[in-house]
Design a binder for this molecule. Structure first.
Ligand SMILES: [Zn+2]
Length: 390
């Protein structure tokens, strides 16, 4: 969790004390603001007490970062004080090549004798003071580096221009596990293709991909379930999970990207599927699993694990293992790239990274009963084949 603290100090006229106010937790989603009033009181002591006890603002924006705001005012000569504090959060946008998020907070005074504000910003390890600046920016790079430094999973955006709000897909919204790490992934998915890394480089390295087809929802939900499961777990090796290859498509349950089936153009440079395979090569991935769903009556139309034996025989071994562990049909071809030349699995196998495609039965744009659990079981089996988890 990234914490952007904006701590206020309460410098009261009577003793010039700086009161550190207790934090309270109010979860706010984007674009939400909180307001509060401190009503008039009769004595300075009472006012001080009220300020200390009642002015407790903590604006936490869990997507995509946390903002804590503690507000205080420096009073002049009057006792009665009433004000509101607001934080308005705008959307991420790109400026000079950097993604940033603008936040604005406002103090709305009711009485003129509230003369001065002093606010202390604590942005990670830096502390800044201001009296007037009420607008700030938070950069995506800060978000990613802070997230990477504080917790074991590491987040990145691996493909730009694919972003979308996947929660606009009601089924995704309904079935996604709710957690902080889910929110972090969702926030990044708005910008591009998110990837979460687990482990620290010892042992094998694998990549799990879902959402090549944005209308195949069970695998993306299962991948998010997996991300939540792996969070905090002991892992042998390094696991990269890409739960939504094209979030913009998942948001609309849409299959084609730029007019093409992404799983038939992976051999062409510049396509999203080619990009992800190139990334897998760069990351020295030892095995790649691409998770889909298939229409009843379609091809293959059943829970299955697909492989090719040539040139990477291990593709067959992985698929066999997943098939046995999960009761999925074992379906194979001899040589990669012949039947499905532009499939992620085939292009990956031809590039020397043993790969399998796993399918679960569920109509496009739906989440069939049991399909998420089956896809999840296939993912766990894939990891167990490499002995990465128990
Ligand atoms: Zn598919």
């Amino acid at each position: 969790m990234v914490v952007l603290s904006i701590n206020g100090v309460n410098a009261l006229e009577q003793n010039d004390n700086v009161n550190q106010m207790t934090q309270t937790q109010n979860n706010l989603t984007s674009n939400t603001s909180n307001t509060s009033n401190v009503t008039g009181t009769s004595t300075k002591a009472e006012a001080a007490s009220n300020l200390t006890n009642q002015i407790k603002y903590n604006y936490q924006v869990s997507i995509p970062y946390t903002v804590e705001v503690k507000v205080a005012v420096k009073q002049a000569y009057q006792v009665k004080v009433a004000y509101k504090a607001k934080v308005a959060v705008k959307k991420w946008y790109k400026s000079y090549g950097k993604w940033k998020y603008k936040y604005v907070y406002k103090y709305v005074t009711k009485y003129k004798y509230v003369t001065k504000y002093k606010t202390v910003y604590k942005l990670q390890n830096q502390t800044r003071y201001t009296t007037e600046n009420r607008t700030g920016y938070y950069y995506l790079s800060n978000y990613i580096s802070a997230a990477n430094s504080t917790s074991s999973p590491q987040f990145s955006i691996v493909i730009n221009g694919t972003g979308g709000d996947v929660t606009k897909n009601s089924l995704i919204k309904k079935y996604l596990p709710q957690s902080t790490i889910t929110n972090q992934v969702l926030a990044l998915a708005k910008i591009g293709t998110p990837m979460v890394k687990f482990g620290n480089g010892n042992g094998p390295t694998v990549m799990i991909i879902a959402g090549v087809h944005g209308n195949e929802l069970p695998a993306s939900i299962a991948a998010m379930k997996l991300i939540n499961y792996l969070n905090g777990k002991e892992i042998n090796g390094t696991i990269y999970v890409v739960p939504f290859l094209i979030p913009a498509n998942t948001a609309k349950s849409y299959r084609l990207w730029k007019g093409q089936n992404p799983n038939s153009v992976a051999q062409y440079s510049g396509t999203v599927t080619n990009n992800i395979i190139k990334l897998a090569q760069k990351l020295s991935v030892d095995a790649l699993g691409d998770f889909h769903s298939t229409q009843p009556g379609g091809v293959p139309g059943k829970n299955s694990a697909l492989y090719t034996k040539v040139p990477t025989y291990e593709s067959y071994l992985i698929a066999s293992f997943i098939s046995k562990q999960t009761g999925s049909a074992l379906i194979g071809d001899t040589v990669a790239g012949q039947k499905y030349p532009g499939a992620v699995e085939d292009v990956s196998n031809l590039a020397g990274i043993p790969a399998v495609t796993c399918e679960v039965k569920s109509s496009h744009g739906t989440v069939a009963s049991g399909s998420v659990d089956k896809s999840y079981a296939q993912m766990l089996a894939f990891l167990r084949y490499k002995k990465m988890i128990k």
